[in-house]
Design a binder for this molecule. Structure first.
Ligand code: PGA
Length: 253
């Protein structure tokens, strides 16, 4: 059961549980893969998409969903973590999705966190996305402070893939994946806001009551760089899929 509405030009779907919301997002991705030749997906890491990736793995195993013709671009990677570091986003993607489906490794792109020339890595990443024909569907999570990928508050609308410094809040939130705060990298490579806004469609998944304020700021607050997610309201095709806890007091009547 879901409630569907439009708020500030964004299609909002509210599901009772995070599991139902994750399944709905997985279904959007499946539909994109099965209806489009050479589908290009933008993928996200973090706690939120784990359930969605589990559903995609199940659909691959049980319903024959194939990733053989899919190209993926992840949003971001920590600077200083090599692909085989257990906390790298490359390792996350391998463990959560790529190792369990038939995607071709050479078609899965994640910024190289140990590139010698970070600025060249960033411009090359942008070129690769363009050469692949652009992103058909970009999956996003939402940070408590309104960040999308590692575009923290204040990130410019025209920003592209680049090196950024993480905020103390993001470092502290991500410390749960590391031994302690000190082990969390201070910098990352992230797609920019302009890069994300070029995706043909965007599907954002948000779950849990701790994100309700961020969801409200995104769709009900002012549009501006202080809440990077609010900038998605400039995009013509955004779906926000949330559970009731993350919907909080949104007016979905
Ligand atoms: P989370 O992160 O899924 O771990 O909450 C989301 C984000 O910061 O974009």
């Amino acid at each position: 059961m879901s409630i569907e509405t439009q708020i500030s030009g964004i299609s909002v779907k509210v599901y009772s549980t995070s599991s139902d919301a994750s399944e709905a997002v997985a279904n959007e991705i499946t539909q994109e893969i099965t209806t489009r030749d050479h589908c290009v997906l933008g993928l996200a890491t973090g706690g939120t998409p784990v359930g969605c990736y589990q559903r995609l793995v199940e659909q691959h195993r049980n319903s024959g969903l194939s990733f053989a013709d899919v190209t993926t671009f992840n949003l971001d990677e920590y600077i200083g973590l090599a692909a085989d570091h257990p906390q790298s986003y490359r390792a996350f993607m391998q463990t959560q999705l790529f190792d369990h489906v038939d995607v071709r490794r050479e078609r899965t792109w994640i910024p190289n966190g140990v590139a010698e020339d970070v600025s060249l890595e960033c411009t090359t990443y942008e070129s690769r996305i363009r050469e692949a024909g652009g992103i058909d569907l970009q999956l996003l999570g939402l940070g408590h402070n309104g960040h999308i990928a590692f575009n923290e508050p204040g990130s410019p609308l025209e920003s592209r893939t680049r090196q950024v410094e993480l905020t103390p809040e993001t470092i502290q939130k991500n410390a749960r994946f590391f031994a302690d705060d000190e082990s969390v990298p201070r910098h990352a490579i992230t797609m920019g806001i302009a890069t994300i806004l070029e995706a043909r469609r965007i599907v954002m998944l948000v779950t849990g009551s701790s994100k309700a304020a961020a969801v409200s700021a995104m769709v009900e607050g002012p549009v501006g760089v202080e809440c990077p997610a609010s900038l998605l309201r400039n995009h013509p095709r955004v779906q926000l899929i949330v559970d009731e806890a993350a919907a909080g007091k949104l007016d979905v009547s």
